[in-house]
Design a protein around this ligand. Sequence first.
Ligand code: SF4
Length: 376
Amino acid sequence: MEHAIKSVEYDRPQGLTCGIGQAWAKVPDAPSREEKHELKERIRALLIREKAVLVAHYYVDAELQELADETGGCVADSLEMARFGRDHSAQTLIVAGVRFMGETAKILSPEKRVLMPDLDATCSLDLGCPADEFSAFCDAHPDRTVVVYANTSAAVKARADWMVTSSIGLEIVAELHARGEKILWAPDRHLGGYIQKKTGADMLSWQGSCLVHDEFKGVELDLLRAEYPDAKILVHPESPEAVVALADVVGSTTQLIDAAVRLDAKRFIVATDLGILHKMRLAAPGKEFIEAPTAGNSATCKSCAHCPWMAMNGLANLVAVLERGHNEIFVDPAIAARARLPIDRMLDFAARHKKRVQASGDLGKDVSLFSNVGAA
Ligand code: SF4
């Protein structure tokens, strides 16, 4: 089957001396209903034959999410994907997501085989933060603790003290700030700005952005809110400040799904990749979910609220990877060993947090742990 190729523009951070402001995505053509049925049957059988488990991100297509759920895999945010892959007994992990997720799985499970439907599925945050330029940025600020977002290459993580995901970045930076540490943050400028505002930490930020979330616009969102005054607004913190300012809840993908279930509202406006709506509808049946508005022509990659690289994951290339065992992720062992340190720090921090919540049993006392899940 021919794969459509589309070029994808993304904004390069200012000051970069190399790299490009344009990339491309190969988005598979949608199979027919009959083809889908047949491909799914083959994937179920191949997962058993290969003793493999499917780990999918919330932003990939609904069919892949369903398959992961049905076959004992997981559909999650990048923190949970990393934890799940590390702790699962399967020796082959199939990561349906983008490249940094496959690399993180390999770093945490070096003894396992990690395969991806398409190794060219990348991320504008990863592309916009080349390791050599980031390393020079770190060298120029040796007094700062380096905190990087999960959406970075293994080589960038290897230069960091901490890795964080959007579900736990705020708590980790708050703790570092309380210890008196100054932060060098990369690469997402919006998430960094949100965390800085919430914690008051001294943060010097790389200027990257997610090309999907960057397209949500505050003015249009405000108009939509006026149209649906009963709706609650759920926003991922990779969105611009004007959009975050209108949110009822700001959080990671998992936290936004949780809010859709937990809140009393019947209608929600959602500012994140539209792939998440599948899980939201399953988790909160009977509630209505409306995509937050993006600017420009909805036919372009930048403004359709769906990541063109996440869209590269399809049923046909998943079958191919299971049949042939190609598209394996390899990470240089020396880089992987160094990159593991900031990831393990985050996972240890997450485990300690959970214990503290369980030990207290009083969410009123532990409310700061959830300070990014609530009124923004
Ligand atoms: S949605 Fe944005 S942050 Fe997520 S993989 Fe795509 S470009 Fe990267």
